[in-house]
Design a protein around this ligand. Structure first.
Ligand code: PRX
Length: 654
């Protein structure tokens, strides 16, 4: 392990990791620079500040059925459009075009189930499977513009279903398989989906999770769904409702393995993905075929330097944007071989992932800091059992990585040979925004600098740049993979992202820029928590709690947690007639898991007689948070209406 002194130096941002010459010399980014007579990283960023130039130079990363004639339309900002009049289809780029090349028989996915079985499918296999399911969807009456909800675990039918939707121009809305029935129902209803694709069950920590039971519960109140397609994965007992439910294998039986690709405008909708915001209602982030394809593929090509002989493993779940962009679309567009794993990363033993790295010869590995911190706790003896010799690059995403975890990852997984790409981005941005390239000197804990063509900045309340201090992280110019709107809610799109500073995208994060122009992301600036790399709104958690018959009011705050980054703590006022007991705590925890899903499990519930509020009745979460952290100084409470609540909470915490 690193000595504390070295860590101290790192924390002071003194140690810089130079780019690896071995990687730089043959890298995709170096090739681009050579072709454009660009000599240095700073020159590249400078040149790409002409973002229209940068993206037009890279727009041929995908094939166009008809070329675009203008790169961007800013006339209705912030509703930007990209690659105007271009015609394409992301599924064509991800699958069909490879069939005409030597990649036809290249492995597209290496899949491993939690129990240990594995499958490899080639691009040609994928092509046929996507076509069969696309035809199957058509047979159910699905056509361009219709919405299909997908509630599947990490099995191959998930990317296949997404690609099949894209191919026929249907809009997919994937709901993470760890979400509850209620969360699924709300997402289906907002999207007004006609079809739900789900599975009987899947494996997690040796158990079978009955996914279909959740789907059935959700469907009790999801009137738009006409058909439910069920993949048989775990063979568990489920109910199949006649006239509504059909087995996936029965549906594709006899379907043709050829299917014409729908010609899509670059601005046609590809998917909706719901993400947490500051109200109880999740936001439906909308992405489109053209710009999203260019943005995701370009970032993956240059940041992780993806090449044809790589085996790429993004160890996220496809239910989140990380998986949409970097397990499905970008790597397939690049024709990569992609690793996909069904189960828990530490099951049956804490070296499951490292065993798989050696077994399949994974060359690039990308995960969340929370996972790295979990492995740190298990100890370095687990990765030591494996050679990990094939790895050449590593990455992280989802939350800030503390320098200690960075160093642990660098030493114990990367063997001091692999640079770590700390990629900052969001569901809304679609693709990496602030991230190193293989040519970037690294500072552990910093996502370094904006990707070429991205104009990020840190502003104070007055909209002026601040250096060396925390401020609002913003993006000042548009980019192709940006969200186009919030589904059915353009006003919320404007209000959430474009209202704080005129014409500037507000990310909702606090960041600090250092003297070298490096970005240090510090966390959210709004009431959104980041628990183990997952975004959860405090308002969502609070409305789940008050939905319980015993709860009168609730305030939820995030507390620093050594593994999860943030842990959920709930301060609850019970209605009269209900008793504050350990059983009640358990019941409320169960209730939140049921309402939202296991990712939302509170780590502590505190019963309190009162909550601190402003005169207008708004709960002062900042005060609750300070109290929860045991801080003596709880900050400015001049706007607090009920000062006695502070002492009451202190007492409850004792
Ligand atoms: O707070 C930032 C954090 O995750 C948020 C985005 O969450 P989501 O849309 O769920 O997407 C997660 C995966 C892209 C951001 O607003 N975040 C993401 N990446 C980083 C990060 N915080 C610090 N460093 C990162 N590399």
């Amino acid at each position: 392990m690193e000595t504390p002194k070295e860590i101290e130096a790192l924390l002071k941002e003194k140690r810089i990791f130079k780019p690896s010459e071995d990687i730089v010399k043959d890298s995709n980014i170096k090739k681009f620079m050579d072709e454009h007579d660009i000599e240095s990283y700073s020159e590249l960023l400078e040149k790409a500040s002409d973002y229209e130039w940068w993206w037009s130079e890279n727009s041929d990363i995908i094939d166009w059925f008809e070329p675009w004639d203008r790169i961007i339309d800013k006339s209705k900002k912030p509703f930007f459009k990209w690659f105007i009049n271009g015609k394409t289809n992301i599924a064509y780029n991800a699958v069909d075009r490879h069939i005409k090349t030597w990649r036809k028989n290249k492995v597209a996915y290496i899949w491993e189930g939690e129990p240990g079985e594995s499958k490899k499918i080639t691009y040609y296999d994928l092509y046929k499977e996507v076509n069969k399911f696309a035809n199957a969807l058509k047979s159910l009456g699905i056509k361009k513009g219709d919405r299909v909800s997908i509630y599947l675990p990490m099995i191959l039918e998930l990317p296949i279903a997404m690609l099949a939707c894209a191919k026929i121009g249907a809009i997919h809305s994937v709901v993470f398989s760890g979400f509850s029935a209620k969360a699924l129902r709300d997402r289906i209803n907002d999207a007004e989906a006609d079809v739900l694709v789900t599975a009987d069950g899947f494996y997690r920590r040796g158990h079978i999770i009955n996914l279909k039971a959740n789907a059935d519960e959700a469907l009790k109140d999801a009137p738009t769904i006409r058909h439910v397609v069920v993949v048989k994965r775990a063979g568990n007992d489920i109910e199949m409702r006649s006239n509504r439910d059909i087995w996936y294998h029965d549906l594709i039986e006899g379907q043709s393995d050829e299917c014409e690709c729908e010609v899509m405008d670059s601005e046609d909708l590809l998917y909706i993905l719901y993400t947490s915001g500051t109200t109880g209602k999740p936001k439906g982030v909308v992405h489109v075929h053209g710009g999203y394809a260019v943005g995701t593929a370009t970032t993956l090509k240059y940041v992780f330097d993806l090449k044809d002989d790589d085996i790429w493993w993004c160890a996220a779940d496809i239910g989140w944007v990380t998986g949409h962009s970097y397990i499905v679309y970008a790597p397939l567009i690049l024709g990569a071989t992609i690793m996909m794993y069904e189960g828990a990363p530490d099951y049956p033993k804490p070296d499951r992932l490292w065993e798989m790295v050696d077994k399949y010869g994974v060359t690039i590995f990308y995960t969340a800091p929370t996972t790295i911190r979990m492995f740190m706790k298990y100890g370095e003896e687990w990765p030591k059992r494996h050679s990990l010799k094939t790895l050449r690059l590593l990455g992280t995403v989802g939350e800030p990585i503390n320098p200690e975890a960075w160093i642990w990852y660098y030493k114990n997984i990367g063997h001091e040979r692999c640079p770590i790409m700390d990629t900052w981005w969001q569901t809304e941005t679609g693709a990496f925004m602030i991230t190193p390239l293989p040519i970037t000197p690294l500072k552990p804990g910093s996502a370094t600098k904006p990707f070429p063509g991205i104009d990020a900045d840190v502003l104070n309340e007055d909209g002026k740049r601040v250096i060396g201090k925390g401020g609002y992280l913003v993006i000042k110019t548009p980019w192709p993979s940006m969200l186009r709107t919030l589904y059915k809610d353009p006003d919320r799109y404007i209000k959430t992202y474009w209202s704080k500073f005129d014409g500037v995208y507000l990310a909702g994060d606090v960041a600090r820029m250092d003297e070298d122009g490096y970005f240090w992301i510090q966390g959210r600036s709004d009431d959104v928590l980041n628990v183990a790399g997952h975004r959860i709104g405090t308002a969502e958690l609070e409305s789940a709690l008050v939905a319980h018959e015993a709860v009168a009011e609730a305030a939820v705050v995030g507390i620093p947690d050594p593994v999860k980054g943030e842990a959920i703590e709930a301060f609850v006022i019970l209605k009269s007639g209900y008793e504050a007991s350990p059983e009640m705590k358990d019941e409320l925890i169960k209730h939140v898991r049921k309402e939202i899903g296991p990712i939302a499990t509170p780590s502590r519930i505190v019963f309190v007689p009162d909550l601190p509020k402003t005169r207008s009745g708004k709960i002062m979460r900042r005060v609750v948070k300070a109290l929860a952290r045991g801080e003596e100084d709880i900050g400015d409470i001049s706007t607090l209406a009920n000062a006695e609540a502070v002492e009451a909470i202190r007492k409850s915490l004792k």
